[in-house]
Design a protein around this ligand. Structure first.
Ligand code: ZN
Length: 134
């Protein structure tokens, strides 16, 4: 079962500029900036109640974020759902016929184990599962 929406990922061209834009939008500054070297992204997070906004900037032209922006421009990139047991959810969703982009969870930003579902199996939405690493 998927729990709450943990965060919404937004692809941006310039993290610094978007950090100040979103600080004005939500009324408070981001609480962390984190690079995820394996994904070639720099991220920042804003907390809004129980949900976060994750801004993502490509740090390399090979980054999925660079390719996304090239194709679609800036905007909503993924929706992330909190799960209690990512291995069990991956197994459940695989059995339900969803296509997982990777077959094992990866270490993501913000102290999470993550896995993405392919948008072609989810009505065009890139979905991230994330489990807090305790
Ligand atoms: Zn995310």
């Amino acid at each position: 079962m998927l729990n709450k929406v943990e965060h919404i990922g937004i692809a941006v061209k310039n993290l610094e500029r978007s950090n100040s834009l979103f600080a004005k939008l939500v009324g408070k500054p981001h609480y962390k900036v984190e690079k995820v070297e394996s994904e070639h992204v720099a991220t920042s997070f804003f907390m809004l109640g129980e949900t976060k906004i994750e801004l993502l900037e490509a740090t390399s032209p090979d980054s999925a974020i660079a390719k996304f922006i090239e194709k679609k421009g800036e905007g909503i990139h993924h929706i992330a759902y909190d799960v209690d047991d990512i291995h069990a959810e991956m197994e459940r969703l695989r059995n339900e016929g969803f296509e997982l982009i990777h077959q094992e969870p990866k270490k993501g930003a913000d102290n999470k184990l993550i896995c993405f579902l392919h948008p072609k199996s989810t009505n065009g939405i890139l979905i991230e599962l994330c489990q807090e690493i305790k």
